[in-house]
Unconditional design. Structure first.
Length: 387
């Protein structure tokens, strides 16, 4: 079964919405123009309810099927852009220097709008479809803000689905997997306070540089000696700051870095072992340690039944052989994870073809993906809640 004919017929119109959003990127929660356009279009399509201001600037549209039903299927798109200076040279390139849609959220928003238009027009399902447009995916936690605003309860959402484009996966292919698909992304800071001294009189110091070097080595044992070798984890120290002169032992040193994990028990283990190692090594040398470990977006974990269901809906559009159900997880992070913690559901990648990578100044969403992505949303709703 190919793409839905009715959707193919207005794909060019959706592409025009996409290029308009692309030319007017907005960051974080400040997506007022975008959210305004989304709300206005949802109303013009005849959605039964359009609610703005959820999770600050999020928008939700409700479309009831031609028959009643218990299921309420949530579908989510992200609206925010990135603080990157665009280098695509496209006629519809960003009109705002230093901001661009370099992650394809313009495409995600337009495709979900297209699905809303189709679903409001056809209503060929028994139940309720809820389209979710979130701000601040790129680090601001807009997905969490919408969940914390009570979105799931307010609209009675029973399952939730998300989609992201993937550069270098061919157009017409999908990829996903049950279980962890994207990592939890945490950051840490270690501040060490020793005692500064003349470099020629080390016996008078508590040497934070030497302590730092021991810490770096010891922390590498966490992934190699504490984490199960069949699990995945990254512990990267990315910043070291200490000292200003060749003849002074510095009083303080700071280390920063990131931890990526696909499993909460591994995440807990790493935080605990890091705390022990930092405190242990610093106290061994009579230095003071201040360790902060900040948890970012949690693991994006697909629920099994919904994953197979999503794969089937995608297979109905592009053919089962074009849906990779064993896609390798990535150590990047995604705040749809908060929605998957609140309700069962699945996140799927759709091929963006031969393009620059996500977050690259030359990246552009591929408009050929539009009929495929919109048809996926339509089939997902129609097969989850057959009329
Ligand atoms: Ni993105």
């Amino acid at each position: 079964m190919p793409v839905v004919n009715r959707i193919a017929a207005f794909s060019e119109e959706i592409a025009e919405w996409r290029r308009d959003l692309h030319a007017h990127p907005e960051l974080d929660y400040d997506v007022h123009r975008t959210a305004g356009i989304v709300a206005e279009k949802l109303k013009s399509f005849g959605c039964d309810e359009v609610v703005t201001g959820i999770g600050r600037t999020g928008v939700v549209g409700v479309i009831r099927g031609s028959k009643p039903g218990d299921k309420v299927i949530g579908m989510r798109a992200d609206m925010d852009a990135l603080p990157i200076h665009e280098a695509t040279n496209k006629p519809y390139a960003s009109k705002t220097p230093g901001k661009m849609h370099a992650c394809g959220h313009d495409g995600h928003t337009s495709m979900l709008l297209g699905a809303a238009k189709y679903l409001a027009e056809t209503r060929n399902f028994a139940g309720t479809a809820v389209v979710i447009f979130q701000p601040a995916e790129e680090g601001g936690g807009g997905g969490r803000a919408m969940v914390e605003d009570g979105m799931m309860e307010r609209f009675g959402i029973t399952e939730v689905y998300g989609m992201h484009n993937m550069p270098n996966m061919p157009v017409g292919q999908f990829g996903l997997r049950p279980g962890p698909l994207m990592a939890a992304a945490d950051r840490f800071t270690i501040e060490i306070e020793g005692r500064g001294a003349h470099a020629a009189q080390p016996h008078g110091s508590i040497d934070t540089v030497m302590i730092t070097s021991q810490l770096i080595t010891a922390l590498q044992s966490v992934v190699s000696r504490n984490v199960d070798p069949l699990e995945s984890a990254v512990l990267s120290i990315t910043l070291i700051r200490a000292g200003d002169a060749f003849n002074v032992l510095p009083q303080t040193a700071t280390l920063k870095g990131t931890v990526r994990t696909l499993n909460k028990s591994v995440q807990d283990l790493i935080e605990r072992r890091m705390t022990d190692i930092v405190n242990g090594i610093c106290s061994m040398h009579e230095a003071k340690a201040h360790f902060t470990y900040d948890r970012g977006y949690p693991v994006t974990r697909n629920h099994e039944a919904q994953t197979y269901f999503a794969a089937k809906a995608a297979g109905a559009i592009v053919g089962e052989d074009k849906v990779d159900l064993t896609l390798a997880p990535t150590m990047g992070a995604e705040d749809f994870s908060y929605m998957l913690e609140a309700r069962p559901g699945a996140f799927i990648f759709v091929g963006n073809g031969d393009s620059a990578g996500l977050h690259h100044p030359a990246y552009d969403f591929n408009d050929q993906v539009i009929p495929i992505g919109v048809s996926y949303w339509a089939r997902l709703v129609e097969s989850a809640m057959p009329a």
